[in-house]
Design a protein around this ligand. Structure first.
Ligand SMILES: [Zn+2]
Length: 211
């Protein structure tokens, strides 16, 4: 079974072409090499050795083209986990190393923060979770907006007034509302809410004396 070798380097000349897009790789452009390393084994004859050696010369690719040369599954199987273990990585400029890391993640189809166990099942779950939760939070945000037309301070004072008003009966609450030109229909908790809100916010009210 062949193993695969990867390497990074700045193109020494403009003579190589990308195996993916067939375009020329300019000199000094960061390129990614892929070579198939076959182990002919001890009993291999000269021909097999020669063939294996020929396959060892790297095929070059643009950094951006490299993730497209194989499927994600293949990359997950063959790409080294640790970029430092890839030939030439160490010698790259810092910013290029960062680029390479991103490129390697995209080869494997990983998110910026990959999970340790990468299974298609887990992937699917994570993907379906994403829009669901964002939808939910959107909904909550909307709901909160409606509720918090009142400031926290206002809500607190309403709560305080409510505790006070809870001691009163429905008739008393209704009378208070009527006095201020507010509807007095509803259950006690509804009246309570209405009185408390009007009282705490002072609207609509003819003055402090009316409460
Ligand atoms: Zn290319």
């Amino acid at each position: 079974m062949p193993t695969f070798g990867f390497e990074f380097e700045y193109a020494k000349s403009a003579r190589s072409a990308c195996k993916q897009c067939k375009e020329k790789i300019e000199k000094d452009t960061l390129r990614v090499g892929l070579k198939v390393v076959t182990d002919p084994g001890e009993e291999a004859d000269a021909d097999a050795r020669k063939k294996a050696h020929a396959m060892e010369s790297a095929k070059w690719h643009h950094l951006g083209c490299f993730p497209r040369i194989k499927g994600k599954t293949w990359f997950r199987q063959h790409l080294p986990e640790e970029p430092l273990s890839i030939a030439g990585f160490d010698a790259l400029k810092k910013e290029d190393q960062a680029e390479v890391k991103l490129m390697l993640s995209s080869c494997r189809g990983e998110e910026p923060a990959p999970e340790p166990t990468e299974t298609p099942k887990g992937k699917k779950r994570a993907a379906s979770k994403e829009p669901k939760s964002s939808k939910k939070s959107k909904f909550f945000a909307k709901e909160n907006d409606a509720v918090s037309a009142l400031s926290t301070e206002e809500q607190q004072s309403i709560e305080a007034v409510k505790v006070e008003l809870a001691k009163k009966n429905v008739a008393a609450l209704g009378a208070m509302l009527a006095q201020n030109g507010l509807p007095k229909s509803g259950r006690k908790d509804e009246l309570l809410e209405r009185v408390a809100e009007a009282k705490a916010l002072g609207v609509p009210c003819c003055g402090t004396s009316c409460w």
